[in-house]
Design a protein around this ligand. Structure first.
Ligand code: PEP
Length: 247
């Protein structure tokens, strides 16, 4: 399966940073050295700008969240059809920072994923345990609860991406061991088969959490690791590209 390397820019940078990063990525894309599918998810105010900058490249555009409704009285929110309209093909949903900062629940994440699918976007549904949960031996239970609660049942599997992002590995420089990654990704695959059937074999399961140029190749070569969701390292075009080349 073709790997997906997704960059989550989070709430970083201003206009000039977004322009420079997009220009850097487009220039590297021109060298054509990665066979992976590439995606960047800039902050909402810069989506239009980055869409223009990346026109003609192979790099896809995604949002970092969307609302569960297609339109309406939801001040400050962004609807999935708006993301589609501005040129997005993906949207990150249920990132642990949104679950923590905004109290997003599995039910809400599933509603957002349904809205994204209805708008023609591919949802990237994020799941992952906290350090406390892992230390308590609860990692797989937490993942099971999140996957079953957040993934729309009965959907077309090829239109879904799941990202395993252990909360304790995000932005910390610590990564899960390859063995832990394989254990969780294999369990996610098994859970997805239960939810969407055998088509789940084609769902891409990304790993996220301090992926860097120097650890990407090892993580990406593990069974059931079909790409990466990259935060900090996606803010440097060269680093993001180095990760993409490892896929
Ligand atoms: C993320 O926020 O999705 C992420 C994986 O961040 P980082 O790569 O910085 O750990």
């Amino acid at each position: 399966m073709r790997a997906l390397i997704a960059g989550n820019w989070k709430m970083n940078g201003l206009t000039e940073d977004a322009k420079a990063l997009a220009a850097g990525l487009k220039a590297l894309d021109g060298q054509g050295e990665s066979s992976a599918e590439l995606l960047v998810c800039p902050p909402f105010p810069y989506l239009g700008l980055v869409a223009q900058q990346l026109a003609g490249s192979r790099i896809a555009l995604g949002g970092q969240d969307c609302h569960g409704a297609a339109a309406g009285a939801h001040t400050g929110d962004t609807a999935a059809p708006m993301l589609r309209d501005i040129g997005c093909s993906y949207v990150i949903l249920g990132h642990s920072e949104r679950r923590a900062d905004h109290g997003e629940t599995d039910v809400q994440v599933r509603g957002k994923a349904e809205s994204a699918l209805a708008a023609g976007l591919v949802p990237i549904v994020c799941v992952g345990e906290t350090e406390q949960e892992r230390n308590a031996g609860q990692a797989l239970n937490v993942i099971a609860r999140q996957v079953k609660g957040s993934v729309p049942a009965g959907m077309e599997a090829e239109r879904l991406v799941v990202a395993y992002e252990p909360v304790w590995a995000i932005g910390t420089g610590r990564t899960a061991t390859p063995a832990d990654v394989v254990e969780v990704h294999t369990e996610i695959r098994r859970l997805l088969v239960g939810l969407v059937g055998e088509g789940a074999q084609s769902v891409r399961i990304l790993y996220g959490g301090s992926v860097k140029p120097d650890n990407a190749a090892e993580l990406l070569s593990q069974a059931n690791v079909d790409g990466a969701l990259v935060g900090g390292a996606s803010l440097k075009a060269e680093d993001f590209w180095a990760i993409a080349r490892s896929a």
